[in-house]
Design a protein. Structure first.
Lengths: 277, 172
């Protein structure tokens, strides 16, 4: 097969990406929600999961946004040097305006000082790569507000710079969040690094397929164990009880400064809206 | 209108009524100004998507952000019910005693609610679409009473239970 030359996606292709992202929940997330419903025993939790599944079907059928909070659009672009980044940024900006009108998206950007609503302002991350790819995450505000960064050691949590300490931070974050960020949650965790790295890397974990397997054996084991422990808290869908508090935990690490040990925790609500181009 | 004070936590209701959406900016406005239209009515914590006066998507937003304003709001306007998600704190629970309830909608289920809502009027459009006060008529929207007017809160129960589990897990 001939290698495909990297080409800049058209504005129209990016508008279509927005439409898919806002209106269709990824298959792996739907599957986890359905499986949780089968296992759930709490009546309220079952009722909530059923309502969620009904809403997902409606959104797809009517091509309408799953949630009125269509989030902050975050683009993760992997690209080589042959692509003009200026041009792609222009296409994204034009597509954002068109998508806001067409789908429609909620105008979600407000000036923090004067309060003026300024439409939608996409965040764009660019990484060097041989293969061109765009991932779009439309990140809701409720789950963003419960995201957190911890520093180890933490005396209050009796948490040291070790695996047990990391788990304590994640459990504490879920406990504090309760039902505020629309559980069942998908939780991205980043260990080590410095402060901006753990925020970025933990959020990037939300792009992973929920059925993938972490190549790092330590992290893979932690992902499985943490998910099981979190669901023992019985916070449940929308924080009204039940055993489905989280659908998945995804963890990554990066090397840290000897003095620092950060744990970044990014939450997504059940409506994890991500699509790729 | 339903007598909300008769309802108990755990009750599921189908609500048909007039609602006013209000988020952070609207709460500040309502406390600083007199907006008599909302007297004796229902507040919905929601920043909807509305296009050409059609409600496209209108699920609840996180209520806890509005804890600091709500006791005064209930007092000033004699609010009968608050709809949102995630629950509110003990100051709100106290302010609701004998007067009002809090009911939870399912967060993210924006279309399930929108399909049974019609726009009556947009107030304060200068606040922008999510923050404006939208006057909506709703028909048979499904809700769960999660804080009642007798001082009961389902959120407190879940919090206390999860706290016990957390303490056991942390003391291992």
């Amino acid at each position: 097969m001939q290698p495909v030359k990297n080409t800049i996606p058209t504005t129209e292709a990016i508008v279509n990406l927005y439409t898919r992202c806002a209106t269709e929940l990824p298959g792996d997330v739907c599957e986890k929600l359905r499986k949780s419903l089968e296992k759930e025993e709490n009546d309220t939790a079952k009722y909530i999961l059923n309502t969620i599944l009904e809403n997902i079907d409606l959104a797809k059928k009517e091509s309408k946004p799953i949630c009125q909070d269509t989030g902050t659009p975050i683009f993760y672009i992997s690209s080589d040097n042959t692509i003009s980044l200026d041009e792609i940024k222009k296409h994204i900006e034009t597509a954002t305006k068109q998508a806001t009108e067409k789908i429609p998206l909620r105008p979600n950007a407000a000036d923090p000082i004067v309060g003026t609503n300024t439409g939608n302002r996409p965040i764009i991350h660019i990484e060097q790569s041989d293969r061109f790819k765009i991932d779009l995450l439309m990140k809701g505000g409720g789950s963003e507000n419960i995201s957190a960064i911890y520093t180890l050691p933490d005396a209050k949590l009796n948490a040291n710079k070790d695996i047990e300490g990391i788990k304590r931070c994640v459990l504490d974050a879920v406990f504090r969040a309760q039902g505020k960020g629309c559980p069942p949650y998908i939780i991205g965790v980043a260990i080590g690094g410095n402060i901006e790295q753990v925020a970025h890397l933990s959020k990037k974990q939300l792009l992973r397929n929920l059925n993938d397997r972490n190549k790092d054996e330590h992290l893979n084991k932690m992902e499985t164990e943490l998910l099981e422990t979190i669901n023992k808290l019985k916070i449940g869908p929308m924080g009204l009880g039940g055993k489905t508090t989280a659908l998945s935990v995804k963890i990554a690490k990066s090397h840290r400064h000897p003095a620092s040990y950060f744990i970044g925790i990014s939450f997504s609500c059940w409506a994890l809206r991500r699509q790729s181009l | 209108m339903i007598d909300f004070t008769k309802l108990n936590v755990g009750d599921r209701i189908q609500l048909s009524a007039k609602l006013f959406t209000a988020r952070d900016r609207a709460h500040v406005y309502l406390l600083d100004n007199n907006f008599d239209k909302i007297k004796n009515s229902i507040i919905y914590h929601c920043g909807p998507i509305i296009k050409d006066n059609e409600v496209i998507a209108a699920g609840p937003t996180t209520s806890s952000r509005l804890n600091p304003y709500t006791p005064k709001l209930i007092e000033k306007y004699n609010i009968k019910a608050i709809i949102g998600k995630g629950g509110m704190d003990s100051s709100v629970l106290n302010a609701m005693k004998g007067k009002a309830i809090y009911a939870s909608a399912v967060g993210g289920a924006a279309l399930v609610y929108a399909k049974n809502m019609t726009v009556k009027k947009q107030h304060m459009p200068e606040f922008g679409m999510p923050e404006a006060i939208w006057e909506l008529d709703v028909k048979d929207i499904p809700l769960i009473v999660t804080m009642d007017s007798k001082g009961n809160s389902l959120y407190d129960d879940i919090l206390q239970n999860s706290k016990k589990v957390l303490e056991t897990l942390m003391h291992k």
